[in-house]
Design a protein around this ligand. Sequence first.
Ligand code: DGL
Length: 226
Amino acid sequence: MSDSPIAVFDSGLGGLSVVRHLRQLLPREEIVYFGDTARVPYGTKSQPTVVQFALETAGFLLQFDPKLIVAACNTASALALDELMQAMPVPVIGVVEPGARAAVRLAGGAPLAVLGTEATIASGSYLRAIRAVEPAQPVISKACPLFVPLVEEGRHSGDPLVRMTVETYLGGLRSQGVRVVVLGCTHYPLLREAIAELLGPDVQIVDSGRETSLVVQQHLAARAAL
Ligand code: DGL
């Protein structure tokens, strides 16, 4: 461990779920978090706007002299990771690839579904990351645009409106033989209970934030071993 912190950013507060995983895995690390609550949501915005916001947000975090930056926001990871990696003087770890890898591993060739914001799904980033691991992997990509405003409104898994929305977006997945679902948005873990209940016990849920924390842990361990 060095004294410099791990910097984490998201479009809002949802990325704190990633911080929670990081704290569990790396309790001795300092973490600096920035949630761009003034400009949330990113998931409905164009790529140039998301790239600009991501660069500004990550750039702001450089003043804390981080050892690495975690783009906890799926939309920023999906649309702006290359730009971030090029522009930042420290390593940048996004959430898409770790989530994609874990999903392919768990699916074992059965269909998997990726849930995300409109921008994340339209970018095709998860699909590319999944196919890079397993070119024949069957993937269903599903934008769930109402999930973020529902969470922002403070609605939880037991709320009838949440249950109805989850059923509307995801009801069809059961008949499509989906075995794994990726929560490809920082807000979706907050609706995990409703999603898991609808999909049933045979469907495994991947939290990209949790998988990313494991990658950060491995990255730091590899660095320490140098
Ligand atoms: N943080 C965003 C993500 O993970 C969700 C909220 C937003 O649309 O900005 O995609």
